[in-house]
Design a protein. Structure first.
Length: 376
């Protein structure tokens, strides 16, 4: 009895029973979650402030650059006959605020921007925001499938090249990626169009739909999804066929870049001590690659993937031009050639928002992939 009493008493006196330890563990867990939440909130606040400063800087730089370009928007917009009429020129300058000093034009633009007004495009006569809502879904229709395919193929091929380091398979992959990185996008697009449309006749030439098809009502902005929502599966299939070649070109170009980064990242992890220890324990090779090598090497890959996706979203001008794809790239090209200031500023803001948002997602993904980053 004495031994039993001596054993129980300290536990009761000090409050170190299993139930109390459980309460302390839950309390510690709650405090850890609270600290993590405050750190995350502070991080998001800092990023929001940086984003606002960045967007203001983008508008200022874009505004100054478009003013520094030789020529003027009237020459790019009005006809020769209209330019000879002083009344038309004066009305045009007054209509678009070009008769005001530059700093007044910029302040007026920023005032309207704070109210959600991106201005009116001088080439389309529509609000820039409406134009972006029309062209962005078209670019997304190419960017999302191209990025998904690029990630799947790039990670698989890059991991294969790392495992087959300095063997025939590795040399073949490196040669293929070198060719892909050295190929100009416009040349690859022209070759693909020539082969699959002109020679083989298995793919349409360009655009989002065949000319004889009535487009579906715009709901999501994606022709494929909108046609599917209406139950017009023949139209959806026609739209898928039109996306095939642009997606192929964008995927080839993106995969070539991803494979090299994946290979390099995985080679560093394959030589790590914990990977050797996992193999020495007798773990299957597939589990070592997926649970240890792939996860540890994904941090730099996520960075490159985010930049690649942001580049696709911001518009691939040459590819969209060749395939007559009405996306952000084509809209930006026409706006720049017409010196359309509101449209150029709108596209610049869109690109800045895309890169900022993608970088934020990439930073948050670091913590999900690597616990060391989350704890730091």
């Amino acid at each position: 009895m004495t031994g039993t009493t001596a054993t129980v008493a300290p536990s009761t006196a000090t409050g170190r029973g299993p139930q109390d330890r459980g309460h302390r563990g839950r309390g510690t867990s709650r405090r850890a979650r609270a600290v993590l939440g405050s750190v995350l909130l502070g991080f998001l606040v800092r990023r929001a402030i940086i984003t606002v400063v960045l967007l203001v800087g983008v508008t200022l730089v874009s505004f100054l650059l478009i003013q520094a370009v030789p020529g003027d928007t009237m020459s790019a917009t009005l006809s020769e006959q209209a330019l000879q009429d002083p009344e038309i020129v004066a009305a045009y300058r007054e209509r678009w605020g070009l008769d005001q000093p530059l700093y007044v034009q910029y302040l007026v633009y920023m005032r309207n921007l704070l109210q959600g007004d991106l201005g009116v495009s001088q080439q389309t006569g529509r609000p820039v925001l409406d134009d972006l809502l029309t062209y962005v879904p078209a670019t997304l229709e190419l960017a999302l499938p191209a990025m998904v395919l690029s990630l799947v193929i790039g990670v698989a091929v890059g991991l294969y090249a790392a495992v087959k380091h300095d063997r025939l398979g590795d040399h073949a992959v490196r040669a293929g990626t070198l060719v892909g990185l050295s190929t100009p996008p416009f040349w690859l697009a022209l070759v693909v169009l020539y082969v699959f449309f002109f020679l083989l006749g298995v793919s349409p030439s360009g655009g989002r739909l065949s000319t004889w098809i009535v487009p579906p009502e715009q709901v999501t902005g994606s022709v494929v999804l909108d046609a599917a929502l209406e139950g017009r599966w023949d139209v959806a299939w026609d739209a898928v066929q039109h996306t095939a070649l642009p997606i192929l070109v964008l995927t080839v170009l993106t995969v070539a870049m991803l494979v090299r980064f994946v290979r390099s990242a995985m080679l560093e992890v394959l030589d790590a001590d914990y990977v050797r220890a996992a193999r020495a324990k007798g773990l299957p090779g597939s589990r070592v690659l997926t649970a240890h090598v792939l996860r540890a090497g994904m941090v730099p890959v996520i960075t490159v993937s985010g930049l690649a996706f942001a580049s696709l979203l911001s518009g691939t001008v040459l590819v969209e031009q060749i395939f007559s794809w009405p996306g952000v790239g084509q809209y930006a090209y026409r706006s720049a050639t017409a010196l359309d200031l509101p449209a150029v500023l709108g596209v610049s803001l869109f690109v800045a928002v895309v890169y900022t948002a993608v970088n934020l997602v990439v930073d948050l993904a670091y913590g999900l992939i690597d616990p060391r980053i989350r704890l730091s």
